[in-house]
Each structure stands twice: as C-alpha cells, then as structure tokens.
Design a protein around this ligand. Structure first.
Ligand code: GDP
Ligand code: MN
Length: 353
C-alpha cells in the first residue's frame, strides 16, 4: 500500500523526524498559515513537475491555486485533499531512501547528494547504495554522512529514526526526496513517500489510510508486475499466481476474494489493481462454491463501466451460477475462457502485442 505524503509525514513526525509544520486543506474555507506550499496529495511522484506543488503568498493566490490543484490530474490521479506546508528555505536537496531488496534479502540505504525533482537524471554512479547492517547503523551513518557531506554525529540520529520508522511500520520503501538542508542549517524531510507491506496489515490495527487494504487477502507481490490476478480460495489464488509466473509473466499480486465476495468487494479489488502502473492483463480465475459466479460477473461489468483504462480481462469461471454469469457477461460482450491455461495464453499474446 502506497501512503499519501501527509500520511507518510505523520509517521515520520511521530518517529521524531523533522517535517515541516502543515495542515490539510479539503476546502477553501480553512485558509492555512501563509505563505505556504500547497501540495497535491496523490500517491504518485513527479507532482512538482506536473504543477501539483505551488507556493502561495496571499489568500487570493491560495484560493486560485487550491482550486487548480484539486482539479489537476497527475498520472491519472486527482487529489481528495491538499497539504499546506510552511515554506522552507532550501539550501540543499538530497535524496535518501530505505528499501527492501528481495534479491539480496536485505534493507538497503540509497542516497544521492543531488535530490529533488531531477533525481531521475542523476548519474547512476553517484548513488550510495549499501545494505543496512542490522546489528549497528553506525557504519551506514558514516558512509551516508561522507556521501552527502555532513558530520556523522548530525546524520546518525536521523538515520536511526528513519530505520526505526521503516521497521516498526513494516515498510517496503521509505523515500525522502528532497531530504533538505535549510539555509539556517537544519535538516527537514521535504517530501515523504512510503509503501507498506499489505501482508502485515493483520498486525497493524492502527492502519487507517486512504489506500488501506480493505481485504487482508490482497498481497502485493511485485509493484512492477504486469499481470494482476483475482481468484477465490487461498489455494486457487496461489496456483493462479504460480501459473502466471510459469507462463513467463510477472504476477503483481495475490488476491483471494474469499467465499463471501460481493460486487462491491470485487470492485474494490479492481480499483486496488489500478494502482499498479504496469498491468497489461487481469487474470480472473474463479471456481465458485459459496462464491457466486454471477456476483463476480456483476463486479466485472461494473468495473468495465466505472474504471477508465481497465486492462484487458481474461476470465475463467466455473461453479455456482455459472450460466447466469455467462449470460450477464455476454450481454455486455465480455467473453470467458474455458481454462486458466487459455487465459494465460491469451494474456501473454495480448501483452506481447
Ligand atoms: P514531488 O515532485 O512529487 O516529488 O514533490 P516534492 O514534495 O518533492 O516537491 C517538489 C519540489 O518542490 C521539491 O524538490 C522542492 O524543490 C520544492 N518544494 C517543496 N516544498 C518546498 C518548500 O517548502 N520550499 C521550497 N523552497 N521549495 C519546496
Ligand atoms: Mn519528492
């Protein structure tokens, strides 16, 4: 689950990290302390470049900018709220992040002296990229300080808090870009991007975020995966993920819609899948017992109608109310396939096209 900036910053703040003073703007009535930096709260990067981050000095400028940013679509998302932050006087912008690296089964610290909106253009060689030694953060803090050009004593406590926030919140990514050094000599987290491990939702009753997993049975496997899966029953859901991988494609998620799935819960799953940026096929594999095929069919039809840019669907249904489901779907010109193998073959052809 990707947090919005204000959600991530609330976590950073409670972990004792320096974040700018801020307030949430949901309508034009609550005017923030001015001057302020207004920031679109969408869970994608590149807001600055897209015009979603604007400094306002007056009440009039605030109102005009707020109206514009609330309507501004960034990479397919429009914000529900804005974050109004105190303006910070930036001397330097760095890039600092912690992330789970599955290949080496470690947490890595990645940093660059030049952060900010142009970070993608940075020279690859200029990145510090080291595995965190979980027994002591001191060596990492030394390398980070040397890399960014500060004293270890100044950065070690910040790295300590960043790491604690990462671990305690079951994060898979915590990125501070820009990590700001202000003109008056303080460090501030200028932006906060955080991704949490959906599979850990069961031990975080406090997770109450906009994109919180409604279903504990939705697990992100690969944020860059290309094939999303929807199945019922944990066994069938796992088998479906495995079959996608064996067919040479990258499964993005595991989802067991469970026995009591209704149109609404399946539709929620579709919306969740739409958060993945690289999906080019959705494979639906239902062997209905308690689950009813017609409920799934209704959700598929609703998803087709409500979600623009819905990737192609490859549907295999069997079991309870199968005939009714096929009738509903064919009335909408949505076809089903007889087996999972056929779905995978068609998905592969579609994604290679
Ligand atoms: P992103 O583009 O989605 O990553 O959004 P950021 O929150 O990183 O903001 C983009 C850029 O806006 C930053 O890199 C800063 O250069 C600038 N910015 C954001 N907040 C402030 C601020 O309070 N003061 C100043 N001077 N610049 C800011
Ligand atoms: Mn940023």
């Amino acid at each position: 689950m990707k947090l919005l900036e204000y959600e991530a910053k609330a976590i950073l703040r409670s972990a004792g990290l320096p974040v700018p003073t801020s307030s949430i703007v949901a309508d034009l009535e609550n005017i923030p302390k001015l001057p302020a930096v207004l920031k679109s709260q969408v869970a994608v990067g590149g807001r600055g470049k897209a015009g979603g981050v604007r400094t306002v000095e007056t009440k009039e400028a605030f109102e005009a900018a707020a109206v514009e940013i609330l309507q501004l679509e960034i990479k397919g998302f429009t914000p529900r709220v804005l974050l109004a932050e105190e303006k910070i006087d930036i001397a330097r912008e760095h890039y600092v992040s912690l992330l789970i690296d599955r290949d080496t089964a470690s947490i890595r610290l990645v940093a660059h002296k030049n952060g900010g909106v142009e970070v993608e253009d940075n020279d690859k060689a200029g990145f510090l990229n080291i595995a965190i030694d979980t027994s002591s953060l001191e060596p990492c803090a030394e390398k980070l300080a040397a890399h960014l050009g500060y004293e270890t004593a100044d950065l070690a406590p910040l790295l300590q808090k960043l790491y604690a926030a990462f671990i305690e919140n079951d994060a898979t990514l915590l990125e501070i870009n820009p990590f700001v050094f202000t003109k008056d000599g303080n460090f501030v987290c200028g932006d906060g991007k955080m991704e949490l491990d959906d599979a850990a939702a069961f031990r975080h009753p406090e997770w109450d975020f906009e994109g919180a997993p409604v279903e504990a049975n939705f697990v992100t496997l690969d944020p860059h995966g290309t094939v999303a899966t929807i199945a019922n029953g944990a066994g069938l859901a796992m088998a479906t993920v495995d079959a996608v991988a064996s067919a040479g494609m990258k499964p993005a998620n595991f989802l067991d819609i469970g026995g009591g799935a209704n149109t609404e819960s399946v539709l929620t799953a579709f919306n969740k899948i739409m958060e993945f940026p690289h999906i080019d096929a959705i494979v639906i594999n239902i062997f209905a017992g308690i689950t009813r095929c017609d409920e799934v069919a209704r959700a598929v039809i609703a998803a087709k109608q409500q979600i623009p840019d819905l990737p192609p669907l490859f549907i295999r249904l069997a079991g309870t109310n199968f005939e009714e489901a096929v009738a509903l779907l064919s009335a909408e010109n949505i076809t089903t396939l007889a087996t999972l193998e056929e779905c995978l073959k068609a998905a592969k052809e579609a994604s290679n096209a």
